[in-house]
Each structure stands twice: as structure tokens, then as C-alpha cells.
Design a protein around this ligand. Structure first.
Ligand code: GLV
Length: 320
């Protein structure tokens, strides 16, 4: 019987079918460490990894039976895909269930940063009656009629574009490939160069995968091209943004604010960001919904069963 190793603690109902068919090993109430997985992997045929678990050359070379890496995420920058593919290992991801919740968080961060929702909440709680209130206090920005620039027009970018259009925003986008005219018309979006997107947008949302090409796509020079009133939203991956350059740009008023669900250096933002009222920070909660967690587990399970039995489609990643 094929042996499947899951590196992370997860609601089991999404894995019920997989568990009924194969020998599946889960950690108990916590995630397995890299060292634990490294020790166990020689016995396993399939590895189900979380988006922050490194599936690197060293691990792959230590896994003589490994046929598949099924990632629990749409992103797969944690996996050395080129090496896995070279070794004949199939890699899969879970784009379906991730799309709407991530687009929702991006829209939430747009609204929150523009209207200073979290900032006002925090001030009311911490300052109480010392908080300055009144019709000329706590003024924010509109979103209706403003321009949203979406960097990366894949599934999440498109889902965000629909939400933004429904809120009356203009949407421009930049992507490796321009959409066909029918899709652009249907979504109501306009393709522009990356430079024009930075210059025109009131909000810039990063929805591109993290690859060597997109590393620090927002760096000091990109920030300088943005409007001084602009807000940067990142729900993709932290290293898309040079976080030190972002801190400086916010301190110097190069841009107005930021809404970040992901950070460059792991789970937490640079400490300077914690003290800024014009920044909203969330700890990678893009897909943090119970139903989504279960759907993503089901998507992982379907990918593995589809690969082993050929009875359903596999969301296969072919290139880094
Ligand atoms: C979440 O970050 C994902 O890549 O699915």
C-alpha cells in the first residue's frame, strides 16, 4: 500500500477519502519539523507539504520512493519544482479554494487602510475618551472612483478585480501575459506597463506568485514611482516587497500606507511597521477560514488520489 506523509496538523475531514484508501501519517496536534520529515521521508511515496515547509534538493535526494509532492497552497515557492520535476516527481497545488478568500482579504485590506478602520478601533480601545473624534478627525480616502493596480492577473487577481469593480473602482493590471480582449472586457480591466501601473494607481495590490523574477518587484525605485497618496496591498508572498525599503518609504511619505498579510522575513513584520498607524498588518490569514482549510485538504487529497488512481484531474505544477 502506498504511504503518504502529511507534514502539518489539519482538520481530518478533508482527508477522509485519502485515509480510507492509503496509509496516511499525520503529526499529532502540531506540525512535523523538517528534521522529523527528513528522517521519515525514505519510506514514503507521497509528501503532502504546507506552503512554508521547504521541499528542497536535500530532502528530495533523501526520498528514493517519492513520486509526488502535493502542496497545501496555491503558491509553491517552498518547493524546488525544477529539481522535483527533473527527478520525475509530480508536484501539485490547490488553486481552487484559495481564490475567493484571498481576494476577500485583499479587498478587506484596501477598505481598512483607506478608511482607517483598524486604526480607529485600536485608538478607541487604547485611548478611550482621550481619542480625538469629530467630523474633521480620522478622515480617510474613498475607494469608489479610485484606481486599483493589480500586479498578477491570475485567478486571485481576477477575483479581486471583480470585487473592486463592484465597489466602483477603476482597475488596471500588469501580468506576464496580457489577457485576451474578451476577458479584459468582461472584467472591465485595462492592461498597462508595470511603470504605468505604479504611476496611475491609488492602490497597488500584489497578486503574483513569488519567483526569482518577482523577488522585490516592489523595491525602492518602484515605491518612488508610486503616488504619495498610494496604498500598497500584499496578500501574495512577503519577498515580493523589499520590506526595509517599504519602511523607509512610509517613514518619508513616499507612499501613504500599506496593508500587508505577508512579510518578507517569515511570520512577523519588521518592528518599525508595528508602530505605524497607516499600516494594517494581518498574519497570513488569506485562507484562514475553517471551511477553506477543509476544502484545501480535500483538494490535496483529490490531487493525490487523482495521481495514484487516474480517476480525477490533478492540479499539476509543471514549472517553477
Ligand atoms: C497561501 O498562501 C497559498 O499559497 O495558498
Amino acid at each position: 500500500m502506498k504511504k503518504i506523509l502529511v507534514t502539518y496538523d489539519m482538520f481530518r475531514e478533508g482527508f477522509a477519502e485519502l485515509e480510507s484508501k492509503y496509509e496516511v501519517t499525520f503529526p499529532d496536534g502540531r506540525d512535523f519539523t523538517y528534521e522529523e520529515v527528513f528522517e521519515m521521508i525514505p519510506e514514503y511515496d507521497v509528501l503532502c507539504s504546507m506552503f512554508d515547509f521547504p521541499v528542497n534538493k536535500e530532502l528530495i535526494d533523501h526520498a528514493p520512493k517519492l513520486q509526488m509532492v502535493a502542496n497545501y497552497a496555491v503558491g509553491y515557492n517552498n518547493i524546488d519544482v525544477a529539481y522535483a520535476v527533473e527527478k520525475g516527481i509530480v508536484v501539485s497545488n490547490t488553486p481552487g479554494p484559495v481564490t475567493a478568500p484571498t481576494a476577500d482579504i485583499a479587498l478587506g485590506l484596501i477598505l481598512d487602510t483607506a478608511r482607517r478602520i483598524t486604526e480607529c478601533d485600536r485608538k478607541l480601545r487604547t485611548l478611550g475618551k482621550e481619542m480625538k473624534v469629530g467630523v474633521l478627525e480620522n478622515l480617510g480616502m474613498p475607494i469608489t472612483g479610485q484606481t486599483l493596480g493589480i500586479v498578477g492577473m491570475g485567478r486571485i487577481g481576477k477575483a479581486l478585480a471583480k470585487r473592486a469593480r463592484a465597489c466602483g473602482m477603476e482597475v488596471v493590471y500588469h501580468n506576464r501575459r496580457q489577457l485576451c480582449i474578451e476577458d479584459e472586457t468582461k472584467l472591465g480591466v485595462t492592461y498597462v506597463s508595470f511603470e504605468d501601473l505604479l504611476a496611475q494607481s491609488d492602490f497597488v495590490s500584489l497578486n503574483a506568485p513569488y519567483t526569482p523574477e518577482t523577488y522585490h518587484i516592489i523595491d525602492e525605485s518602484a515605491l518612488k514611482r508610486m503616488k504619495p497618496t498610494a496604498i500598497l496591498i500584499n496578500t501574495g508572498r512577503g519577498p515580493l516587497v523589499d520590506e526595509h525599503a517599504l519602511v523607509k518609504a512610509l517613514q518619508e511619505g513616499i507612499i501613504y500606507g500599506a496593508g500587508l498579510d505577508v512579510f518578507e522575513f517569515g511570520d512577523y513584520p519588521l518592528p518599525e511597521l508595528l508602530g505605524m498607524d497607516n499600516v494594517v498588518l494581518t498574519p497570513h490569514i488569506g485562507t484562514q477560514i475553517t471551511a477553506t482549510r477543509i476544502e484545501m485538504a480535500r483538494a490535496v487529497s483529490d490531487n493525490v488520489i487523482g495521481f495514484l488512481e487516474g480517476d480525477r484531474p490533478v492540479s499539476r505544477v509543471l514549472k517553477p
